[in-house]
Design a protein around this ligand. Structure first.
Ligand code: C2O
Ligand code: CU
Length: 508
């Protein structure tokens, strides 16, 4: 294969990223596809009317001394998201967001997933260190009970089953806010949009001992945007709305689909009544393509205590938190300075008009605060670049010729390994981008060494996703532990992922 000098420089990571790439791009006639808002075909719901839904915890169907067993059926159902209208969703046990699974470090979870939809599904536990056969590789489909025509991507290693599959999660990692979502090859974006996402909270005794806000003061917030058709159904620009054959979206949306209604736990712009004490909010951005710049308006600010891979070493105060698709920020908000009767609004500085608001907290009750926010939360080893046995350069860019999103110029191919790291070694991955790409690796957690120079404000702690802006380069230190086998890494803008921005690594 021959490369132009510019390509060689880009792949070698020497282009100077932000300096060269944008200049090259802007001289071209067709620009990169930006993410774009899909306008709803009905009047948008009023803000701060509905109450925040507290997500129910799923009860195991059975437990023994080592494991908790869950049976979940994935099916179509009807949800009341908009006033006086029904929205057809695809849901784990027929609900959106899916039921929360609460797991404990050192105790296994068995999740038996039954596919009652008419298309294949795959389940991935995002942020978990899972063996390859349980990780939800995109071609390891669960076909609907009666089968499905073989229209899916050819992959000799695919383990395809019919009707149901049992996933085993070892929970052999730090306590953290994880989430599960669909990962069907080529159709992840629409299937998550229809509702296939839920929380999975991994707890341990060390974290319990800290005395952080808990019980009704520990609240999960799944933020995602959606658009609605005139009849209240979800609107999505799929080329094949049945999601049976042709993958992909209307070309105008291949940069990513943005909804114009912001949902928190499935409720449009909700409100929550709080007491004047500290609360812990575990925030997940489950949107396909939208990033949020979260801020609080009112007498309370955002104090980060955890990220994708669990607690930080200590609390970190932020004015703004930028959260990209699939990232989690665990934050404490202290309402003690807020007068009873006042409100605090969670806003999105990255959004215009209605998308500039997320939800509202109404401070309505005086209470004594029983919780702590210790200055030391956890031990996090300082990342040492010298631990790395190799540096790999990976470029994430749009390719005009093929109209697709590529990694090092390649489309996804289950047979091509982009890296073969050795088990129990560390590597530096130098990630570079042409555009906004939240990049996610399965299996591992990593630490950010540098993000266009130095670690960014949102790179603290153990991460499984790093959000890169246009022309940025980041060095991450990745430790490959746990299992040998084949895993994917990809952009978590789900439209980019479905349109080829995914690669493989095999731990050997
Ligand atoms: Cu949350 Cu491969 O994804
Ligand atoms: Cu991307």
């Amino acid at each position: 294969m021959k490369y132009s000098r510019r390509e060689v420089l880009r792949y070698a990571g020497l282009s100077g990223g932000g300096l060269l790439l944008p200049a090259v791009e802007s001289s071209c006639l067709i620009s990169r596809p930006e993410s774009r808002v899909l306008p709803s075909r009905l009047p948008l719901p009023r803000q701060f009317q509905g109450s925040l839904r507290i997500l129910p915890i799923l009860k195991p169907t059975r437990t023994d001394s080592l494991a908790d067993f869950y049976n979940v059926s994935v099916r179509q159902a009807s949800a009341q998201i908009l006033d006086g209208m029904n929205t057809t969703i695809w849901g784990y046990n027929g609900v959106f967001p899916g039921p929360t699974i609460e797991a404990h470090v050192g105790r296994r979870v068995s999740l038996r997933l039954q596919n009652a939809l008419s298309v294949p599904i795959v389940n991935h536990l995002h942020g978990a260190r899972t063996s390859p056969e349980n990780d939800g590789y995109p071609t390891d489909l669960i076909l609907p009970a009666g089968g499905f025509p073989q229209s899916h991507m050819h992959d000799l290693l695919a383990k395809i089953v019919e009707g149901e599959r049992e996933y085993i999660y070892a929970n052999d990692q730090r306590a953290a806010t994880l989430w599960y979502h669909d990962h069907r090859m080529d159709f992840t974006a629409p299937q998550v949009w229809w509702g296939l996402a839920g929380f999975y909270i991994l707890r341990d005794a060390e974290e319990e001992r800290l005395g952080l806000p808990r019980g009704d003061k520990e609240i999960l917030l799944m933020i995602c945007d959606r658009s609605f058709d005139a009849d209240g159904s979800f609107l999505y620009p799929a080329l094949d709305p049945s999601l049976r054959e042709t993958p992909g979206v209307d070309a105008r949306y291949m940069g990513g689909v943005l909804g114009d209604v912001i949902l928190v736990n499935g409720v449009p712009w909700p409100r929550l009544e709080v007491a004047n004490v500290k609360y812990r909010f575990r925030i997940l951005n489950a949107s396909n393509a939208r990033r949020y710049d979260l801020e609080t308006e009112g007498a309370a600010s955002l104090i980060q205590i955890g990220s994708d891979g669990g607690l930080l070493a200590g609390p970190l105060a932020h004015r703004t938190i930028r959260i990209a698709p699939s990232e989690r920020f665990d934050v404490v908000v202290d309402f003690s300075k807020c007068p009873i009767g006042s409100t605090v609004t969670l806003v999105n500085r990255a959004g215009d008009g209605p998308a500039g608001q997320i939800m509202r907290f109404d401070v309505f009750r005086n209470e004594r605060d029983e919780s702590n926010l210790p200055a030391k939360l956890s031990d996090i080893p300082f990342p040492n670049p010298e631990d790395a046995v190799i540096t790999r350069v990976l470029d994430f860019s749009y390719q005009r010729r093929s109209h697709s999103w590529r990694i090092n110029g390649n489309p996804f191919d289950p047979a091509r390994m982009d890296a073969r790291p050795k088990l129990d070694t560390a590597e530096i991955w130098r990630l570079q981008t042409d555009f906004n790409h939240p990049l996610h690796l399965h299996l591992v957690h990593f630490q950010v060494l540098g993000h266009s120079g130095r670690p960014g404000p949102y790179d603290e702690g153990w991460k499984d996703t790093i959000d890169l802006g246009p022309g940025q380069t980041a060095d991450i230190l990745v430790r490959f532990t746990g299992y040998r086998g084949r895993y994917v890494f990809h952009c978590h803008n789900l439209e980019h992922e479905d349109m080829s921005m995914m690669g493989n690594f095999e731990v050997v």
